[in-house]
Design a protein around this ligand. Structure first.
Ligand code: CO
Length: 255
């Protein structure tokens, strides 16, 4: 393999060629201006690339990535991205997206210390240590890891909602929605975890993160949402004559 990485330039030319054939105006449009509607805050993991998993073209999503998608409220990098996205690009949605099996989150769970990364992960490590007993009631290590991956996302959405940048946007009436999502590397599906926050009031109404650690969250994927809506009419038809939410054949129907 060439040390000047020529194979990557070849791939770039092939990509430009494919794009231009499919859409002759693509690069002219790109050169005009970016107006993404979404800011994606994700993990640096090479398998979770925002545009690919969202099926979006360049120009549609503004991206910040770091190890374990942590929102540090003193990180000039993320704060600059956030300021530009909210105040100049006027994105309407900020998505914190983590993923199951995250190596960064795993690092926060182990005893070894001393790397720069451990400073980066410190807020998550502290939360994990605080709830060590709860996590260790789960039998399997992968179960503990996946649960901490989910909690980490909620924690970062909350930290985002506490930044003066987001608070100020809400106070001046700018439409801005925060989302917490998780991606399954094993199946390619995104899942909505919440919380969804669109105001200071919604943020302040949340229970503490310690309460959330103890409460199971059921992540909902797009596939599941489609399945619900496909069977909605059927379920409504089949519901009990007594109007209880049970199906007539189910034993939980009280009548
Ligand atoms: Co990761």
């Amino acid at each position: 393999m060439s040390s000047t990485l020529e194979h990557l330039f070849d791939r770039n030319v092939a990509w430009v060629d494919g794009k231009t054939r499919a859409d002759p105006d693509f690069f002219r449009r790109m050169a005009e201006q970016q107006s993404p509607e979404y800011l994606w805050i994700g993990c640096s993991d090479s398998r979770v690339t925002a545009n690919d998993v969202l099926g979006l073209d360049p120009g549609a999503v503004f991206v910040h990535r770091n190890i374990a998608n942590i929102v540090h409220t003193s990180d000039l990098n993320i704060l600059s991205v956030l300021e530009f996205a909210i105040e100049h690009l006027k994105v309407r949605h900020v998505i914190v997206c983590g993923h199951y099996g995250c190596g960064g989150v795993h690092r926060a769970m182990i005893e070894e210390r001393g790397a720069m990364l451990d400073h980066w992960l410190q807020p998550l490590t502290m939360l994990y240590r605080k709830h060590h007993q709860h996590f260790h009631r789960m039998a399997r290590q992968d179960e503990r890891l996946d649960r901490l991956c989910e909690i980490n996302i909620e924690m970062q959405v909350r930290r985002l909602a506490a930044t003066p940048l987001v608070e100020n946007a809400w106070r001046r009436g700018q439409e801005l929605h925060l989302h917490g999502w998780i991606y399954g590397i094993h199946d390619g599906l995104l899942r909505d975890l919440g919380p969804h926050l669109s105001s200071v009031e919604e943020r302040d109404a949340l229970p503490s993160i310690d309460v959330r650690v103890l409460t199971e969250i059921e992540p909902v994927s797009g596939v599941r949402r489609h399945a619900f809506s496909a069977f909605e009419a059927l379920l409504a038809e089949a519901s009990c004559a007594c109007n209880c939410p049970s199906l007539p054949t189910r034993p939980e129907c009280p009548s």
